[in-house]
Design a protein. Structure first.
Length: 164
């Protein structure tokens, strides 16, 4: 199985006041690797020293348990859907840019308003598709967050039952 690594830019509140090696409040970032989809960890963004940043490479898991079972599979599936949507959004934005440039050229070089109007309609349709894909991406992200919270609650109940 190929291991891909990425992390999201979603930031969570560091309620445990975990600090990095620079004694700065660590960021909580979400991993989207094959081994740890949706799992959160503490990381240091570094500190500014002159014109550059020094990194202390601080790392510590926020979520104690790795995702497993049906939630693991669901997180991987949702991650892949989000990646696909992001790629589609990127492609559509490039098409919108190309059409906008073409529309400007048509407007400058041609007086035929029919061709300009068709290019504008195509741009508007692509912009609508981009908005729809952005909305879907938001919905999938919310499902992932709710799923992670559900896993935490189930694990908490399970641990409580084991201690009882």
């Amino acid at each position: 199985m190929a291991h891909s690594s990425s992390s999201s830019t979603i930031e969570y509140k560091n309620d445990k006041s975990v600090v990095c090696n620079f004694n700065r409040l660590a960021n909580i970032v979400q991993a989207w690797t094959d081994d740890n989809p949706g799992r959160r960890f503490y990381s240091c963004k570094g500190r500014r020293v002159g014109n550059r940043y020094d990194s202390c490479n601080f790392f510590d898991w926020y979520d104690e348990e790795k995702p497993h079972g049906w939630q693991y599979v669901a997180l991987l599936g949702a991650r892949d859907v989000m990646r696909k949507h992001k790629e589609e959004i990127k492609i559509l934005r490039n098409k919108v840019r190309e059409l906008a440039i073409a529309s400007e050229r048509i407007g400058e070089n041609l007086t035929d308003s029919k061709q300009t109007c068709e290019a504008c309609k195509a741009c508007e349709e692509l912009e609508k598709e981009v908005l729809i894909l952005n909305e879907r991406s938001t919905v999938y992200r919310n499902v992932l967050i709710a799923s992670s919270i559900g896993l935490t609650m189930v694990l908490g109940v399970f641990v409580g039952m084991m201690k009882w």
